[in-house]
Design a protein around this ligand. Structure first.
Ligand SMILES: NC(=O)c1ccc[n+]([C@@H]2O[C@H](COP(=O)([O-])OP(=O)(O)OC[C@H]3O[C@@H](n4cnc5c(N)ncnc54)[C@H](OP(=O)(O)O)[C@@H]3O)[C@@H](O)[C@H]2O)c1
Length: 293
């Protein structure tokens, strides 16, 4: 399969490249410099030139708080960019695999969200990602939308890397304990995407929306504690900082986030057979990866 990857320099984009390395698939990674997805003519040109069987869209505007003050930019990337890719994919009959988010939900549930649970995003980022999903559903029949959550990896910026840095700078950290979600290792997302490509290459098309995220629900506070325990155990940090649970209201941010965003991965598992590794193994693997990034 010829596979075009957008957003190749992001966390998911980098992990997709790692997982595809050495496979029989011909991956054409394009970072923002090579392909700006907001430029419809450039998207059309790139897709016609590469003629991919599959397009993986890992490009997005992901700065959740900043999106509140620059909604037009978030819209251009998450909505117009998605629409451009959907149009171009549809024109050549390619499968579009698009990554979306748990922030399309309002967080009022208390059991894992399933794919057809009503959406109700609470922030600009979530709204633009949901509108991006809608553009894809309208414009491109052959699509898979993979909603994921709380992404961490050795690449880019993420909660794990922020905690490691702050944990060495400060003696005590207050961390939000009343938002719960499923931390997801970007490498697991890449394995999930790879499995979709493999199955597609055998002629299997199970399309639509899927949830794929880590299989443990934690608060940010619990996630931080796990990171520090693992990092200390493997020698990545010299001391475990003191942590204290705080409430969202004590750490106000511009964007409202769902208080609960656990997602059920049953549908993905039964269609594509991939399950995430345990959170502690993923944290350990990520810490090991950080050693050679
Ligand atoms: N991070 C999370 O916690 C999280 C949670 C749920 C869902 N997701 C979803 O997962 C996907 C991947 O996220 P990620 O964590 O890998 O994000 P990331 O590390 O921020 O990567 C996003 C990439 O998109 C690129 N990009 C931005 N605007 C672009 C444009 N106009 N044209 C082409 N590329 C552009 C960025 O380029 P630059 O490097 O040049 O900025 C960046 O490399 C996104 O769809 C995101 O919404 C993420």
């Amino acid at each position: 399969m010829r596979v075009l990857l957008t957003g190749a320099n992001g966390q998911v984009g980098r992990c997709v490249q790692d997982v595809f390395a050495g496979s029989i698939h011909d991956l054409k990674p394009m970072d923002r410099g090579a392909l700006d997805i907001t430029d419809s003519a450039a998207v059309s040109r790139a897709v016609k030139a590469v003629r991919p069987d599959i397009i993986i869209n890992a490009a997005a505007y992901t700065a959740v708080d900043k999106a509140e003050s620059e909604p037009e930019r978030a819209y251009a990337i998450n909505v117009t960019g998605s629409a451009n890719l959907a149009e171009a994919a549809s024109e050549i009959g390619a499968l579009l695999i698009h990554i979306s988010t748990d922030y399309v939900f309002d967080g009022k549930a208390s059991i894992p969200y399933v794919e057809d649970h009503p959406t109700n995003p609470q922030c600009v980022y979530g709204r633009t990602k949901l509108q991006g999903e809608a553009e894809i559903q309208i414009r491109c029949n052959k699509h898979i939308i993979l909603r994921t959550a709380w992404v961490f990896s050795e690449y880019g910026n993420n909660f794990l890397k922020t905690m490691l840095r702050l944990g060495q700078e400060r003696d005590e950290l207050g961390i939000v304990d009343d938002q719960r979600g499923c931390p997801t290792y970007a490498r697991d997302i890449a394995r999930a995407v790879f499995s979709i490509c493999e199955q597609y290459s055998y002629g299997r098309e199970e399309l639509g929306i899927y949830h794929f995220c880590g299989n443990e629900e934690v608060s940010w506070y619990q996630f931080a504690d796990l990171i520090f325990q693992c990092a200390f155990r493997v020698g990545s940090i010299k001391k475990v900082p003191a942590t204290k649970p705080i409430l969202t209201q004590d750490y106000p941010t511009p964007a409202l986030r769902p208080a609960y965003s656990g997602m059920s991965v049953i549908r993905f598992k039964s269609s594509y057979g991939v399950v995430p590794n345990s959170l502690s193994k993923n944290i350990e693997d990520c810490l090991a990866g950080l050693g050679h990034v």
